[in-house]
Write a protein that binds this ligand. Sequence first.
Ligand SMILES: O=C(O)C(=O)C[C@H](O)[C@H](O)COP(=O)(O)O
Length: 202
Amino acid sequence: MALTTDELVALAPVVPVVVIDDLDDAVPLAAALVRGGLPAIEVTLRTQPALAAIERIAQEVPGAVVGAGTVTTAQQVDDALSAGARFLVSPGATPSLLDALQASGVPFLAGTATPSDVIALLERGITYAKFFPAEINGGVKALKAFAGPFPQMRFCPTGGIDVAKAPDYLALPNVVCVGGSWMAKPGDWDAVEALARAAASL
Ligand SMILES: O=C(O)C(=O)C[C@H](O)[C@H](O)COP(=O)(O)O
């Protein structure tokens, strides 16, 4: 059974945004994040090994719910699903990308930055969105302002958020989780686990 978006965003307060340059990092990095309490893991499709990394994490890391990030084309939606992605994250949203995301059958967070972006999602009945790049687009203040005209919209702000800034976002009623890369740097797996544990307890 595919996850619902409600289930996805409830898995943890933080979605790690992972950039895999070396395929061998994929499994130990995801395993450390899961041990720390962050099961929903977004692997960005920005690097050559990204799809293979999704495949390996899906097959080899019990407890991980792996998704694809930086999804910008319908082809990438297909490729990510074939690799085993269970959710999709996009930095933006065009009509054709939204068509592909809605047809995918898995939860997705399409990127919004402006009121018109939010309206375009609401017109399709979509009530969850990424807010990107969060800090540059007004951060907590912008999301507070969005709560007025868009009370039904729920956001996962991402971009420029760290462990110090995350609590102010998570305190907002219209924020369901935050995305960030601060705990997902490959190398020292114990450090990744510790940073993930701190993020999971936010
Ligand atoms: O490529 C995408 O689709 C993204 O999701 C971009 C990420 O949101 C940022 O790279 C988050 O990274 P930090 O700002 O380092 O936390």
